[in-house]
Design a protein around this ligand. Structure first.
Ligand SMILES: [Zn+2]
Length: 269
């Protein structure tokens, strides 16, 4: 009986483990499909970069030049965009701007942490120019040396989905203006931190699956790409318009030339 009981207990445990395994797999797989459903598909119509920029509701509130995170002037030509999340349940984008502007966040190579943008559900705040390097990813590694750092807020009351969507739009706009390819959209995870026992940080944690990029991360990058495609389509639309205008101009010139020639013939007659 005792053996039967313990056998039953271990079978039950195995069943529970299998079920919980199933649950976690299906819930992670489901997360981004629920998000996609809630947000709706990204429109396929062209969008002008100005329109998208206005939609971001971007506020520029730079760290004073020569101070704290901008203590050293370190020029950067951005080649990547790095996505983070704050893991701060109390600070909104304004609180992070304040903290950066008074040098309250210490760390990194220059002694102060800094990044380029903080995003919350209804706004984006810029802290340093995109032509200057930040301290947000991997000390003296390529994440800091070549990437624009974006932090997504996680404070209570903030709509996480709208924050992700605003971040996707910001990343698309930055891709467009700095000619950054989609494969260079990186999670903080992608930049290992030298000397750490877990070099690849679980960041942005809610977009990673078990601490690693998976379906949800791919969904986010796909969303960035679709917003970018709208800007690219707008460029194509402008080019097509220009081509049509040039053709119309050529036709007008041709008609003018023919009429002029006819006039000369009539005059000669
Ligand atoms: Zn991070």
């Amino acid at each position: 009986m005792k053996i039967a009981n313990s056998l039953f207990a271990s079978l039950a445990t195995a069943l529970l483990l299998a079920l919980s395994g199933c649950n976690s797999t299906s819930s992670t797989a489901k997360k981004s499909s629920i998000w996609e459903k809630e947000l709706g598909a990204v429109a396929q119509t062209p969008e002008s970069p100005t329109e998208l920029h206005e939609d971001l509701n971007l506020k520029v509130n730079l760290i004073p030049k020569g101070k704290y995170g901008r203590r050293l002037f370190r020029e950067m030509t951005p080649q990547y965009i790095t996505i983070h999340s704050t893991q701060n349940p109390t600070g909104d984008a304004y609180a992070h701007a304040k903290a950066l502007n008074r040098g309250a966040l210490r760390g990194g190579v220059c002694g102060y942490l800094c990044w380029h943008f903080t995003v919350q559900d209804d706004t984006v705040i810029q802290h340093i120019p995109t032509s200057e390097r930040g301290e947000h990813a991997d000390f003296d590694g390529p994440g800091n040396r070549y990437s624009i750092g974006i932090e997504m807020c996680e404070h209570q009351g903030n709509n996480q989905l709208q924050t992700m969507e605003r971040t996707a739009k910001l990343a698309a706009s930055l891709m467009y203006h700095h000619k950054i390819p989609i494969e260079n959209i990186r999670a903080h995870y992608h930049w290992p931190r030298e000397g750490y026992s877990t070099p690849n940080k679980n960041c942005p944690h809610f977009l990673l699956d078990n601490g690693q990029p998976g379906d949800d991360w791919r969904w986010f990058v796909g969303r960035v790409n679709r917003h970018y495609q709208r800007l690219a389509a707008y460029d194509e639309y402008l080019q097509e318009q220009k081509r049509q205008e040039e053709e119309a101009k050529k036709r007008r010139q041709m008609v003018h030339m023919i009429l002029h020639q006819i006039g000369e013939w009539v005059g000669l007659g």
